[in-house]
Ligand binder design. Structure first.
Ligand SMILES: NC(=O)c1ccc[n+]([C@@H]2O[C@H](COP(=O)([O-])OP(=O)(O)OC[C@H]3O[C@@H](n4cnc5c(N)ncnc54)[C@H](OP(=O)(O)O)[C@@H]3O)[C@@H](O)[C@H]2O)c1
Length: 429
């Protein structure tokens, strides 16, 4: 059989593992596809850089545009990352009728519409399994296996770096700064950890997941995002004392009337009995709740060269098979055209710790404020006495707007010395 020619854009952490696997598994891949794969070229930024894999120097180029538009190239794998030049290169490839496999969550969440439109016009495939949760097969199940069901909610841990940091804080009592430093030393966090610890990476993934789950167009701008930098060792200890653990969650949920959805990334307390509570270190896990299927859980390595390359290779086999069959996989599905509702409309619960004056009537005034905002209290507990007195309150479900207004009101009460911590509670409804 005539080989299918593959252009690889990027030969870093993921790209080098893609080359290794294409080489090591060449015979199996050819048998599974029905034709051999041949690497047509590898675009990089610096030709002389030392690589984690042996690459024929004749294949390396810095002219990515010429590579993706070459007539003999059938499939383009984009593992450069970032918005440009990745977007222009993918669009150029798709416009020339090539199929594209990408791991680029940032680009898909920023401007997926442009890529999908180019795929539609070029009649090619755009596959992106590796863009969310690395090795874990998650997008294909949402896009294909659950195509006959109605997804109600997707709730998950989709960023390994923050999970590693929060896990260390939980198990060792470390501060955020110390846990981050350890994660950096071990290679779980970048020197500039902003994208992870401020929730940008998870927000991009949440946008992709929500789009697939609700058959609507969702971008990173639709995602309410809060990171983990403000979480203290005291917050973690307080959660622990109540049987909870703090995780950075990505939550995509249909509204009760089904006419909109909420998509958010923020730290939240979840009960230790929840399956996501047991997700340790840098692992990822995603819980999908569908009307007929019920609850499904996907768990595994969410990043790393080889795990991510596994997902890229899975897509490569799929698009190669489609090309040989003269067909293509499912196009973007946005027919439902639902809109993301504002965070204020999201229904959630809250854990709040208040430093209060230890005197009669305090509890009544606090309770009165919650009632004024229509937020009912599930549990209340006093810890300490005198200047150390703290009220720890867990609410019932209420809109985020009502909860925020209650927190504002508490900050203004003269009997409240400080609102020591506020954390949403998820996963026990
Ligand atoms: N790393 C992971 O665990 C992981 C997991 C899931 C998804 N992803 C996604 O996979 C993609 C790649 O990530 P990575 O970690 O492999 O990145 P990386 O290690 O930084 O590698 C990027 C590669 O792209 C090349 N490159 C950069 N700008 C270029 C340009 N203008 N033209 C041609 N080549 C260019 C670089 O060339 P030089 O080598 O010459 O610098 C390098 O080989 C990103 O979208 C990322 O979000 C990564």
């Amino acid at each position: 059989m005539k080989p299918l020619k593959v252009a690889l854009l990027g030969c870093g952490v993921v790209g080098s593992q893609v080359i290794r696997l294409m080489h090591e598994q060449a015979a199996d891949l050819a048998a599974r596809i029905g034709a051999p794969l041949e690497l047509a070229g590898v675009a990089v930024r610096r030709l002389g850089r030392k690589r984690d894999v042996e690459v024929d120097p004749a294949l390396l180029t810095t002219d990515a545009e010429a590579l993706v538009t070459r007539d003999d190239v059938d499939i383009v794998i984009e593992v450069i990352g970032g918005i440009e030049p990745a977007r222009s290169l993918i669009v150029a490839a798709l416009s020339k009728g090539k199929s594209v496999v990408t791991a680029n969550k940032a680009l898909l969440a920023e401007d997926g519409a442009t890529l999908h439109e180019a795929a539609r016009q070029g009649n090619g495939d755009l596959y992106f399994e590796a863009s969310v949760a690395g090795a874990i097969p998650l997008l294909r199940p949402l896009r294909e296996s659950l195509a006959g069901d109605r997804v109600k909610r997707v709730l998950g841990i989709v960023n390994g770096t923050t999970n590693y940091i929060l896990d260390k804080m939980d198990t060792t009592g470390a501060s955020f700064t110390d846990a981050l430093e350890e994660a950096q030393t071990l290679g779980y966090a970048e020197a500039d950890p902003t994208a992870d610890v401020e929730g940008f990476d998870a927000a991009a993934k949440a946008a992709i997941l929500a789009g697939l789950a609700f058959h609507s167009r969702v971008t990173a701008a639709d995602v309410h995002r809060e990171g983990i930098t403000e979480i203290t060792a005291t917050d973690v200890a307080s959660a622990k004392a109540m049987g909870y653990v703090i995780k950075l969650l990505a939550i995509c949920a249909r509204s009760e009337d089904g006419r909109s959805f909420g998509v958010r990334v923020h730290p939240a307390m979840i009960p230790r009995s929840h399956p996501l509570a047991g997700v340790r270190e840098a692992y990822n896990a995603v819980f999908v709740e569908a009307e007929s299927a019920g609850q499904l859980m996907f768990y595994g390595k969410g990043a790393g060269g080889a795990p991510t390359a596994s997902a890229v290779l899975g897509d490569l086999v799929a698009v190669a098979r489609n090309r040989l069959a003269g067909t293509h996989g499912p196009e973007e599905s946005t027919y439902a055209d639902l809109a993301a509702h504002p965070m204020g409309d999201t229904v959630t619960r809250c854990h709040v710790a208040l430093d209060v004056a230890d005197k009669p009537g305090v509890l009544a005034r606090v309770a009165e404020l919650f009632a004024k905002h229509d937020v009912s209290i599930q549990t209340v507990r006093q810890e300490g006495h005198g200047d150390d007195a703290q009220l720890v309150i867990v609410t019932h479900r209420a809109t985020d707007a009502a909860l925020s207004a209650t927190m504002e009101g508490l900050r203004e009460l003269d009997i409240v010395r400080a609102v020591a911590s506020v954390m949403r509670v998820e996963g026990d409804d």
